[in-house]
Design a binder for this molecule. Structure first.
Ligand code: GRF
Length: 185
């Protein structure tokens, strides 16, 4: 199988990057990670790129300059899919238009509910019984594009933000790769 050339954008811990790397080692997984880009030189996730000898670039710049260089890198590596995995910059309309339908993101809520930041805090404050995570295509509005896959997680009374985050992230690590497989079926 010809694997789609993929770039992962990260800003932090990189636990989703790690899980996608693990899945991508399966010969039948539809993508190969050819590049990792980050806007944060201290992103812990960089260590996974290093460990698996995946080329990575640190682009600690303003949004405009970040996008200009990121575009050059991604085009240079003939990237066909961009996965945002804990990437904390908001990409411009212009950047997204260059990769229409080829950028996906994972968000820690059951979209369209709880777009934006601090999802766990807001979910607990509203006494929700369920939350979860969503993989979706990126369009010009925040956390808005077509949904590829969602996973629901039950919230128990005793749970705090930290526990909930851990539970949801465990599911993220499963559904991100399932969603990538789904795109290429
Ligand atoms: C994840 O919870 C994801 O849903 C959100 O940012 C977090 C990134 O975690 N967009 P990690 O860097 O993949 O560990």
């Amino acid at each position: 199988m010809v694997k789609q050339r993929t770039c992962i954008f990260i800003s932090g811990t990189g636990s989703n990057l790690k899980s996608i790397i693990n899945h991508s080692r399966d010969p039948n997984f539809p993508i190969k990670i050819n590049l990792v880009l980050t806007n944060n030189k201290d992103a812990k996730g960089i260590k996974y790129a290093k460990k698996f000898s995946i080329p990575f670039k640190v682009l600690e710049y303003s949004n405009k300059k970040f996008e200009r260089i990121a575009l050059r890198e991604v085009i240079g590596k003939k990237i066909k899919l961009i996965c945002l995995a804990g990437f904390m910059k908001i990409l411009s309309k212009n950047f997204i238009r260059n990769f229409d339908g080829k950028i996906i993101n994972i968000h820690p809520s059951l979209l369209p509910k709880y777009k934006g930041l601090n999802t766990f805090k807001r979910v607990l404050k509203n006494n929700e019984r369920y939350t979860g995570c969503t993989v979706h295509f990126v369009d010009e509005k925040l956390d808005n594009g077509r949904i590829i896959l969602k996973k629901r997680v039950k919230i128990y009374n005793s749970e705090n933000e930290q526990i909930l985050k851990k539970k949801v992230q465990n599911e993220e690590h499963r559904i991100y790769s399932m969603a990538i497989r789904k795109i290429y079926i």
